[in-house]
Design a protein around this ligand. Structure first.
Ligand code: HEM
Length: 521
């Protein structure tokens, strides 16, 4: 950009309103030649035919790190460039709202933390972040272990009976059970129970996903809600969930009123360590609708994302027996037969790298959605207020320019003793949890949850894609799903004897070692 636009963006950062800037720079702009954002000629049918981020990847290879995609009157900017992503998420985040995402999710999340913008977001983020303190996460490790153990029992029965299992739905239930307890101390028990509230949660989730990929928002037609059987079912499910949440809030309020505990930074009620309990005990002064919106947001944010990570991790592992064997070796030596503890998290290094790499290849969600609130510069291109923007994390994570063997599942690309990869140390080419002020609040929670589940499962079982299973293909909702499930054959592992040591380097038999010599003499 030329000097005038640098000056303009500097003044804008200092808080000079855009109206004044427009006046000041109007005459300069007329003279300055801006490059135009490349325009991709996409047809909507190509986009709708498969997981939509795949054609976006093809277009990225042709048009580059930022391009415009136009369908009739609507147009979107597709961003796949690390420095532009960083600008939007971290350097100038105040200029971007959640746009379409907030519109789609309004019926279920209202003004919850994911869709909320501006002042409401700021206040709610400030209230919620402290609830996920380290002591809380430590308590959650036990919860992850117990829930994964229940899944192991289910898999053990399947192994005995010689029946294949559909892992995607089991992971969805595992993470629903975990997040229900973690957020509002509710036991969905969905690994064994399928009725009522569990069904309601899935009805609402599927609706949110369908709305996010629907071409026409029919649900906005006023009487549609009352006559469409499907919308009636959604309304009924929402009513049931909201009623349950109101009850849980009331029960929790009573508990908080009766308890003697003093509130402090690492406050936690051992009987009920939930986020809801923390919020109520902190004296969080908020309407019950807002509290419900936030609980619902966390339920959804922390449920399907973690389930999708586990699903794709097991899919990737089924293709790479070498990685699986190395993982099982690590888990045997670090955990033995114990339940994992928070101390184990730093020793399950390879398991963590596998999750890092799975999140690179299958980012959840694959795109981040924003809308510009004012004119801005994206790289060398000026953009106007009101642009809908998709940051394709999929493209960033699979860019041949940014990665060696971008499509290869290679946990070794992340050195075991290196830092845990994140958006900062990877310069925004890697965004598993977003970045900037709207970064995921559950990143550590989710990392530990997926590492614990992974470790507990591979310690007890071997997993193979079931014979005759349909090919595993992708489809999108909010996260990346399989089209026909992940059918696997689970067999009990024949474990080598456990050597209870931590981090032993490869054992090298050295015949010069004296005690060995002594023994053989
Ligand atoms: C936001 C990913 C688990 C709560 C986000 C964002 C990403 C993400 C990419 C940023 C969205 C954006 O910028 O538009 C993930 C992944 C998870 C996971 C991959 C699992 C592996 C969780 C869990 C919780 C959670 C367990 C709750 C305990 C949230 C919330 C936000 C968020 C509340 C919104 C934050 C804000 O806007 O201030 N997550 N998440 N997530 N996540 Fe997660």
């Amino acid at each position: 950009p030329g000097f005038p636009s640098i000056l303009r963006s500097g003044l804008s950062k200092l808080g000079v309103p855009s109206e004044i800037l427009d006046l000041l720079f109007g005459f300069v702009n007329a003279q300055e030649e801006y490059p135009k954002i490349p325009e991709a000629k996409g047809s909507i049918s190509a986009i709708r035919s498969e997981a939509f981020f795949i054609p976006l990847y093809e277009l990225y290879l042709t048009y580059g790190g930022i391009f415009r995609l136009t369908f009739g009157p609507k147009s979107f900017l597709i961003v796949s460039d690390p420095s532009i992503a960083k600008h939007i998420l971290k350097d100038n985040p105040k200029n971007y709202s959640k746009g379409i995402l907030a519109e789609i999710l309004d019926f279920v999340m209202g003004k919850g933390l994911i869709p909320a913008d501006g002042e409401i977001w700021r206040v709610r983020r400030r209230a919620i972040v402290p609830s996920l303190h380290m002591k809380y996460v430590g308590a959650m490790i036990n919860l992850f272990g117990e829930a994964a153990d229940r899944l192991c029992k289910k898999l053990d029965a399947a192994a005995s009976d010689g029946v294949d299992v559909e892992m995607e739905s089991l992971f969805s239930r595992l993470t629903l059970d975990i997040i229900g307890k973690a957020v509002f101390n509710y036991d969905f028990d969905s690994l064994t129970n399928d009725a009522g509230i569990v069904e309601a949660v899935y009805t609402v989730l599927r609706e949110a996903e369908d709305r996010s990929v629907a071409p026409i928002p029919v649900w906005e037609i006023p009487i549609w809600k009352d006559i469409s059987p499907r919308q009636k079912k959604v309304s009924k499910a929402l009513k049931l969930i909201n009623g349950t949440l109101d009850q849980l809030i009331a029960i929790c309020k009573r508990m908080v009123d009766e308890e003697e505990l003093q509130f402090h930074e690492e406050y936690m009620n051992e009987q009920d360590p939930s986020i809801l309990h923390f919020l109520l005990a902190s004296g969080d002064d908020v309407s019950s609708k807002q509290l419900r919106d936030d609980l619902m947001t966390m339920l959804i944010a922390g449920h399907e994302t973690s389930a999708a990570v586990l699903t794709w991790t097991f899919y990737l592992l089924s293709k790479e027996p070498r990685v699986m064997a190395k993982l099982q070796k690590e888990v045997d030596s670090v955990l033995g037969d114990r339940f994992p503890t928070i101390e184990d998290m730093k020793n399950l290094k390879y398991a963590t790298r596998i999750i890092n790499e799975s999140l690179r290849l299958y980012p959840q969600p694959p795109v981040l959605i924003r809308r510009s609130l004012d004119n801005d510069m994206l790289g060398k291109y000026p953009i106007k207020k009101g642009e809908d923007i998709f940051i394709s994390v999929w493209n960033l994570h699979r860019s041949p320019e940014l990665w060696d063997d971008a499509d290869k599942f290679n946990p070794e690309r992340w050195p075991l003793d290196g830092p845990n990869p994140n958006e900062t140390n990877q310069n925004f080419r890697y965004l598993p949890f977003g970045g900037g002020p709207r970064k995921c609040v559950g990143d550590i929670f989710a990392s530990y949850e997926t590492v614990v589940a992974l470790a507990m499962l591979v310690r007890r079982f071997d997993f193979q894609i079931a014979l005759g299973a349909p090919p595993v293909k992708m489809t999108t909702g909010a996260t990346i799903h399989t089209t026909d499930g992940l059918q696997m054959t689970v067999t009990r592992r024949m474990k080598p004897p456990i050597i209870p040591t931590l981090e032993v380097p490869e054992m090298v038999v050295d015949s010069s070692v004296s005690f060995l010599k002594d023994e053989t003499q």
